[in-house]
Design a protein around this ligand. Structure first.
Ligand SMILES: [Zn+2]
Length: 332
């Protein structure tokens, strides 16, 4: 944003360097995308200044992509122009080039490391199951849930009630995911359910009782016979050691995994140019399949064609040689 006094002289002084900048660097201000705002002057003066600037008068509040730039909370109506732009543009679902699952992967796994909101939501809900598994005695919500919703039963044990709230249903539905990632390191065993909690690498034994005479059953028997380590039972998230819960850690533990791609350094090297990196990323994923030269549209793009045999390139070479007063060598 540039500011100046609302008079012709000040406006000319303001615009002059923009003209010089254009002459030096070739970067021209886009008048169609610029607006001028006035305050405290007459309509007549506004018309004069608008003629000097040759820029349309803007209306407050200033908008970016149709959304007002204001400090107060935005309403749905405020965001509607942006929503319509997204739904009506090339970004719409039918024209998606790369699956969202791939885009959300880390860069070294082939994606663009965009965080999927549903994964983050899952991690946030996991916090409630973590608190319930911890039986946090300082949490009023945990105490209330055990008394009112669970009625003293274990959270891993109950069925989802038909008449429960949507948020309690969502928490209970996530238990299948949580069972894989939340386990208990037995201390004195007072706070852990032998049947329903994951204290053994097999998972909750109520859901997966080993076959008779199997090695797993023998292991289970030995782990029960071993005396507990003493102290409080500790709840563990993922493969980490017990400690505090964080949504970031839960997200990292539960998100989709993929194997590392061998082209990571070709695309995302230290000084990569973002625009070029995205193009190479898209090409590697096989989205760009048309190899026709975009300069002449008449041959397949190759290194030789792009630098030497393309008619467009030829023209550049010829002009360059003329400027340097050079003659092409015989046969070139
Ligand atoms: Zn060409």
């Amino acid at each position: 944003m540039l500011f100046c006094h609302a008079d012709g002289k000040s406006l000319s002084i303001l615009l002059e360097p923009l003209g010089k900048f254009q002459n030096w660097f070739g970067l021209k201000m886009n008048h169609a995308k610029s607006n001028i705002f006035f305050g405290g002057i007459s309509k007549e003066d506004i018309d004069k200044l608008r003629d000097i600037a040759k820029i349309d008068e803007g209306k407050l509040p200033i908008r970016y992509l149709g959304v007002p730039l204001v400090s107060i909370e935005l309403s749905i109506d405020d965001c509607q122009p942006l929503i319509e732009k997204i739904l009506g543009s090339e970004l719409n679902y039918n024209k998606t080039k790369v699956a969202w699952d791939v885009v959300c992967l880390p860069k070294d796994k082939g994606g663009l490391v965009i965080m999927r909101s549903s994964d983050w939501n899952k991690a946030a809900i996991l916090r409630h199951l973590w608190n319930l598994a911890n039986k946090d005695k300082y949490s009023i919500w945990v105490e209330w849930t055990y008394k009112v919703l669970l009625k003293g039963k274990n959270v891993w044990e109950i069925d989802i009630p038909n008449d429960c709230s949507w948020c309690w249903r969502d928490i209970l539905k996530l238990r299948d995911v949580a069972r894989k990632h939340i386990r208990v390191d037995i201390g004195n065993g007072e706070n852990c359910s032998l049947w329903f909690e994951s204290w053994h690498h097999l998972g909750p034994i109520a859901r997966r009782w080993p076959a008779s005479n199997s090695q797993a059953l023998l292991e289970l028997k030995n782990s029960v016979l071993n005396p507990p380590r003493g102290g409080e039972d500790k709840v563990i998230l993922g493969n980490g050691v017990h400690g505090t819960f964080s949504i970031k850690k839960a997200w990292d533990t539960t998100r989709r995994r993929n194997s590392k791609v061998d082209w990571y350094n070709i695309v995302w090297y230290h000084h990569h140019i973002p625009k070029h990196a995205i193009l190479v990323w898209v090409a590697i994923l096989g989205i760009i399949q048309d190899a026709t030269c975009r300069l002449c549209n008449s041959a397949t793009e190759s290194l030789d064609h792009l630098f030497f045999s393309c008619s467009f390139t030829n023209e550049i070479w010829s002009r360059l040689m003329r400027r340097c007063s050079l003659n092409p060598a015989q046969g070139d």
